[in-house]
Write a protein that binds this ligand. Structure first.
Ligand SMILES: [Ca+2]
Length: 423
């Protein structure tokens, strides 16, 4: 709470001690009755979540608490309910206004509509063909902010192209019914350049309340792609920010940089498979590191997150990638994992069903076979928990449902849609 107190003190000084508590600079306006800071709870302490030894023990964190935060434990008893199964490696969930869900299947390129009771529609017709090899296929799906009027849904996929493939973002009108279909498909963004790779697709979509769309992009894994991650002439290893029609916001950070791709928001990422907004509507991401070095970041406009120059991991072969985990002009992750969790899917919890989870971060864990929970204070991770480890399932997606439950997808040839509520 130190930062909050400092902010209030600074705000009081700036206001000339008028006696009225003003809005903190740069913060959200305070409403009457919310001017008192919440009582301070002691921060978690003690040993971290038990994991293996680090792969790169010689790399030390840049600040205390950047890795291996104290282990925390949820007090509420949990109930896991299977809503539906039989999905082939499902990837993403998006809620329609009537509480039905859109669910994507990565390798088949199929999109389904699933009722809260688990009834599955036929595959939605009319989606373009995907390159479903490896980590490609049909990836994220989001319901457009103006869906009630336009019926528009948005999705990411690996697009087969002449000379290779690449991530694309499309949108179309969803036409409901016994045989649902999409109409008027428009590709609004294409990751460039085209390159042949079945790996590191990225592909998360996040709408912001001011009507922009963030898209997370991987660097393709192969060396030819990896070396472009910090290069603004390439989309590889970037977060990009576009309007819902694909046009470029004029306040993007590189619109006036010669030769730069104007959609770029932040650079130097490896493979971002988790992205979500916090309560202040700021973007947070988690990217897959190599062996060691998964990273939680809060990507800001124009900043460089360092991959492949800096990081906390090493090649899968054990050979080094980075001379140092830190370097000038490059941002440090808020938090990192070595050994890795293999992140996919992310949400900030804002529901009422689990009061103790308020504003906590939830991340799906693939190789870690867990739902990872992080407690965050003042933009630092202060506690970590691994939930649902007894399922022994790779967790691909986590979203919050309209009633405050968490909905999950397991990454499996018989993938499941699960609902997490208090018991
Ligand atoms: Ca980084």
């Amino acid at each position: 709470m130190r930062t909050l107190s400092m902010t209030l003190l600074l705000a009081a000084l700036l206001s000339g001690c008028s006696g009225k508590t003003p809005n903190p600079p740069g913060g959200t306006p305070q409403t009457p009755g919310e001017t008192e800071p919440p009582p301070e709870e002691p921060l978690p302490s003690g040993p971290p979540v038990p994991t293996g030894p680090p792969n790169v023990p010689e790399f030390q964190p840049a600040f205390p608490g950047q890795t291996r935060a104290p282990a925390i434990q949820t007090k509420t008893a949990l109930q896991v309910t299977e809503i539906a199964s039989g999905f082939r490696n499902p990837w993403a969930i998006a809620f329609l206004p009537d509480q039905r869900m859109l669910v994507t299947e990565k390798p088949t390129g199929s999109l389904y509509i699933v009722t809260p009771q688990g009834a599955k529609s036929p595959a939605v017709a009319g989606l373009p063909r995907v390159d479903g090899r490896g980590q490609g296929g049909l990836l994220d799906v989001e319901v457009g902010p103006d869906y009630a009027q336009s019926g528009l849904i948005y999705w990411t996929y690996y697009e087969p192209r002449s000379g290779g493939n690449g991530l694309a973002v499309a949108r179309a009108k969803l036409v409901d019914g016994a045989q649902p279909r999409v109409e008027g498909v428009q590709v609004i963004f294409r990751m460039m350049p085209t390159l042949e790779s079945t790996l590191h697709a990225g592909g998360r979509l996040v709408f912001t309340p001011d009507g922009k769309l963030f898209v997370t992009l991987g660097e393709r894994s192969i060396l030819e792609g990896r070396v472009q991650a910090r290069d603004v002439r390439s989309h590889f290893g970037k977060v990009v920010r576009i309007h819902p029609d694909g046009s470029v916001p004029l306040d993007n950070p590189f619109v006036n940089t010669e030769g730069a791709r104007p959609e770029i928001w932040s650079v130097g990422h490896r493979n971002i498979l988790s992205a979500a907004l916090d309560r202040q509507q700021r973007l947070w991401t988690v990217e897959m590191g190599p062996r060691g070095g998964d990273e939680l970041n809060r990507p800001e406009a124009g900043k460089d997150y360092g991959w492949p120059t800096i990081g906390y991991g090493e090649e899968y072969s054990g050979s080094p990638i980075h001379a140092s985990p830190q370097g000038p002009g490059m941002e440090q992750p808020v938090y990192y994992w070595d050994p890795v969790i293999s992140p996919s899917g992310m949400t900030f919890y804002t529901g009422e069903l689990f009061p103790e989870w308020r504003d906590n971060v939830f991340i799906g864990g693939l190789s870690s076979q867990a739902l990872v929970r992080l407690m965050v204070r003042n933009d630092r991770v202060v506690g970590e928990e691994r939930l649902l480890t007894d399922l022994r399932a790779r967790i691909r997606e986590v979203v919050q449902g309209p009633e405050g439950a968490l909905y999950l997808l397991t990454d499996d040839s018989n993938g499941k849609l699960l609902k997490l509520t208090p018991r």
